[in-house]
Design a protein around this ligand. Structure first.
Ligand code: ADP
Ligand code: MG
Length: 461
């Protein structure tokens, strides 16, 4: 019998032993190792003296019977010997198992702590760096966020991430939080939406009549941390008292060498009625913009989404979705989810046909250009395009210019810099024009209807 045959034979015998002997002795049986089989004598080794004695005395005969049946040799018998080396080996194995168990327990504990920290920090589990697709549109912002996560409060403080809605600001900001909690669990992270901060501040002021003691409790809540993530800061506009309080929160954190990360859907100077003091604090560190993703990045994002959720889909279907949802990743994800849901409810594969059927995107939709916009606006106001792009200051031309700029920003996904270049103006001027028009739409009916009609005309071009 060679070694392989011997081991196989022993496995068979062992199986029968386990099947027939009482459970109390199973650990001893498992600890036996085969050493040889010669002239009907099967020699097995144990590292436990107790096992040898007990098995031999109490189960020796039964064990021999089992071996005799299997080997078809009525004289066969099992010979158990004690070996110190085997004892050492067993000890080592037991220690290894204990170590593994202890490690697993520690890991479990750490994961539990982590998930506890994540929820107390208010973080969404999906918003991690590994789920964030990097493209031309967000690379700078991503790299800055990662640098901040790796070395908080050293270089870019505060980090100010801005860009339109649905482009990944919250995701990136929370990724910093996850990274920190995972890699440096000693640091305290707090994610807070600006509207929550505002209502917290207001309710606190009401309850406490601004008493120093209670206000200091509020302060502690927002300053007794290492990294604060404040989302959608533009919502603070016009809230004078809250702004003052936030200014103090910032100063305290900054002086204590803590990291501040802020997101906003626009630049600080574009936030109406924000105090200069607060805006200048936002600008003290690094400001990075996220713009809409290009086709390649959009496709990567839905591929990743499909992959993460184990969803199989025809690539043409994904391309179709990526092609038609250009401005907003949230909407891109929404379109994909809608197609998946329909496919699942109707038990159908995700194909191009299905995506077309569900989303009904207009295949012939044309990209609207700056030229189209100025052209239609100039006709609407009966002014020359070259005046809109030039320096003329008459009221009518200035209005046509502002409205063109506003619609360019709304309909083309282009940055204020690009718009400024086309209109021969600084990007801050285009931002101002955009903001002015946006405000006027809310209060002036004629402006609102001009914008609506121009947009309508552009759609049927
Ligand atoms: P914002 O805060 O800018 O409005 P979010 O961070 O809420 O946008 O992003 C909207 C959705 O799009 C989220 O589900 C987010 O995970 C997803 N998303 C945005 N950008 C990316 C990206 N680059 N990679 C993966 N998912 C993204
Ligand atoms: Mg957000």
């Amino acid at each position: 019998m060679n070694n392989i045959e011997l081991n196989r034979f022993w496995e068979k015998v062992k199986e029968e032993l386990i099947g027939n002997l009482p459970e109390s002795v199973h650990p001893w049986v498992y600890s036996l190792e085969v050493s040889g089989y010669d002239k009907g004598v099967l020699t097995v080794v144990t590292g436990q003296t107790m096992a040898k004695e007990w098995l031999r005395k109490n189960h020796g005969e039964q064990m021999n019977n089992i071996l005799q049946t299997i080997s078809k040799n009525k004289d066969a018998r099992i010979h158990i010997i004690y070996d110190e080396n085997a004892a050492i080996k067993i000890k080592k194995e037991v220690a290894k198992i204990h170590k593994k168990e202890a490690e697993a327990q520690l890991k479990e504990q750490a994961m539990e702590n982590l998930s506890c920290m994540q929820s107390s920090a208010n973080l969404n589990l999906k918003y991690k760096f590994e789920n964030f697709v990097i493209g031309e549109n967000n690379k700078f912002a991503h790299d800055a966020a990662l640098a901040v996560a790796k070395q908080p409060a050293t270089k870019f403080n505060p980090l100010f991430i801005y860009g339109n809605s649905g482009l990944g600001k919250t995701h990136l900001m929370q990724a910093i939080g996850h990274y920190t909690l995972f890699n440096n669990s000693k640091l305290k992270v707090k994610y807070t939406k600006t509207d929550d901060y505002i209502s917290d501040f207001i309710s606190n002021s009401r309850k406490t009549n601004d008493s120093i003691e209670n206000m200091s409790k509020f302060n502690k809540k927002y300053t007794n941390i290492d990294i604060i993530l404040i989302d959608d800061i533009q919502l603070i506009e016009s809230k004078e008292k809250t702004m003052k309080r936030m200014q103090q929160t910032f100063d305290t954190l900054y002086e204590k060498g803590k990291q501040i990360v802020i997101t906003s859907d626009r630049l600080p100077e574009e936030i109406p009625k924000i105090t200069d003091a607060l805006a200048s604090r936002f600008k003290r560190g690094l400001m990075v913009e996220i713009t809409p993703p290009d086709f390649k990045t959009r496709l990567e994002i839905i591929k990743k989404l499909a992959g993460n959720n184990d969803i199989k889909a025809e690539i043409e279907a994904l391309e179709y979705i990526a092609k038609h949802f250009t401005n907003n990743v949230r909407e891109l994800e929404g379109a994909f989810t809608k197609v998946c849901a329909y496919a699942e409810f109707n038990n159908k594969p995700i194909t191009l046909e299905l995506a077309k059927y569900i989303l009904k995107c207009d295949e012939n939709e044309k990209q609207i250009t700056f030229e189209n916009i100025t052209d239609v606006t100039s006709k609407y106001y009966d002014v020359d395009i070259k005046d809109i792009l030039g320096t003329a200051r008459s009221q009518k031309i200035a209005l046509a210019r502002q409205i063109s700029i506003y619609i360019c920003r709304e309909l083309t996904n282009q940055s204020f810099e690009a718009i400024g270049e086309y209109f021969n103006r600084k990007h801050t001027t285009t931002m101002y024009a955009y903001e002015q028009t946006k405000n006027k739409i809310d209060i002036k009916k004629d402006i609102a209807s001009a914008v609506r009609e121009i947009k309508q005309a552009l759609k049927v071009l």
